[in-house]
Write a protein that binds this ligand. Structure first.
Ligand code: HEM
Length: 398
């Protein structure tokens, strides 16, 4: 166990922003055995004997197999489906295809700050995330900025407008109708035109792959919505969080701007480790649990694993677990983001996209002369999805 004496920073330093929010708002799925200890969290996420039990996993069991989104699949079906997207996240593809788009989008967004002298980071982070994941999917590729903004709004309506998990009764019924309408609009204006275009002339995007594999319209929409939720909402909050940390800590901003690529990554990884966007993941031991796994797990048990506790476990991350440590990456290497992207077979394939788009946007933002935080960001906790949303991240410049 690490002790205060080993801590190279101030042993009382706590850079976490979302901890209190989490402590006050956390709830877990019914009957879940909650696991906090880092190594056990890792073992659960890496076990091939447990199955996905996240948000809508029960609903996914009632769908046709080909219409179940990737994240809810297990075993061979999961491996086969995941192959469809992994090549888009290879370092070479990120460098050659996405990096130019990331730089161009960052330039366009930060030019607004230079012109207007103020900018809401929580709004541009959404545009950045939608542009990149939308390009991967195919729905924003080649669109003008105005059309891109309209697509971003339609996706936001589908994902954000109705916080259905908090609702009951007539409110829930209305919200479901509204969501069905928003999905229909997104399908007709963004997804269907892309599907038709890719049937005629395939490109290197996810919709082209799904079309080639003869996916039904419902299956295409299910995978597209899953990618929007998994890739856009998460990155939006991460960009706002990274900007907030670096704009309020001059030493961190300086370290980021003077660091090489790996050094910048190390800082972003520390920020995400401290304030992970996803706090809890779920796995279930099936009733017919493999004999080999019975020493470790109990058949029928639902495990809720705490990403936050694992990320702050000194046994895994070393001393000063609640502080941003600029040297942690040197010590932990590829393990530095800890469990922020999960672990094992469902580990987030989009992590290089999320980190790189944040890196290029931050590098552009923090170089603007006189850039500073001009408001107190606000956060709300979303207990049913164990995450948070940040708003009011206003920056100004000279
Ligand atoms: C900071 C941003 C992001 C965070 C914090 C994040 C976090 C996560 C986590 C924790 C998981 C594991 C879920 C589980 O084990 O049940 C996951 C899975 C996933 N993420 Fe991300 N993610 C981010 C960005 C992205 C991006 C940009 C994409 C690209 C579209 C993406 C696509 C996915 C997909 C497809 C899965 C499911 C993988 C599978 O089940 O095999 N994510 N993400």
């Amino acid at each position: 166990m690490a002790t205060a004496a080993q801590c190279p920073i101030d042993p009382n330093q706590d850079d976490r922003k979302t901890w209190q929010l989490y402590e006050e708002g956390r709830i877990f799925k019914k009957n879940a055995e909650v696991v906090y200890e880092g190594t056990r969290v890792k073992d659960i996420l890496r076990s091939p004997h447990l199955v996905q039990d996240g948000m809508d996993a029960a609903a996914a069991q009632r769908m046709k197999p080909e219409e179940v989104p990737l994240i809810f699949l297990d075993g061979k079906a999961h491996r086969d489906r995941r192959k469809h997207i992994t090549s888009y996240f290879a370092p070479r593809y990120i460098k050659e295809h996405f990096e130019p788009l990331m730089r161009k989008t960052a330039d366009t967004l930060i030019a607004d700050l230079e012109r207007d002298k103020q900018l809401r980071i929580d709004e541009v982070s959404w545009q950045m995330a939608v542009t990149l994941v939308g390009d991967l999917i195919g729905v924003t590729r080649g669109k003008s900025r105005d059309d891109m903004k309209k697509t971003a709004k339609r996706i936001e309506n589908c994902l954000y407008a109705t916080k259905m998990r908090m609702m009951t009764g007539w409110q829930l019924k209305l919200a479901k109708l509204r969501r069905a309408y928003d999905m229909m609009v997104f399908w007709r204006k963004d997804v269907l035109p892309t599907v038709k275009a890719r049937r005629a002339a395939p490109q290197d995007d996810v919709i082209s792959t799904l079309v080639k594999e003869n996916y039904s319209d419902t299956a295409i929409l299910a995978d597209v919505m899953m990618l929007c939720g998994a890739g856009m909402q998460t990155t939006r909050e991460f960009i706002s969080m990274a900007a907030w940390h670096m704009l309020e800590k001059p030493y961190l901003k300086e370290a980021f701007l003077t660091a090489d690529y790996d050094g910048k990554m190390g800082i972003l990884e520390e920020i995400l480790r401290l304030d992970p966007i996803v706090s809890t993941l779920y796995r279930r031991a099936p009733q017919d649990l493999n004999e080999k796994a019975k020493d470790e797990f109990a058949a029928g048990t639902r495990y809720g694993v705490s990403i936050r506790h694992a990320n702050h476990d000194p046994e895994l991350v070393g001393p000063c677990p609640h502080a941003i440590d600029l040297t942690r990456k040197e010590k932990l290497g590829d393990q530095a983001p800890m469990m922020s992207f999960g672990n094992g077979m469902h580990r987030c394939p989009g992590s290089p996209l999320a980190f790189n788009e944040t890196l290029f946007l931050m590098d552009r933002l923090l170089r603007v002369p006189g850039v500073k935080l001009a408001s107190q960001p606000k956060m709300v906790w979303e207990p049913n999805v164990s995450t948070f949303e940040i708003t009011n991240v206003l920056v100004t410049c000279d």
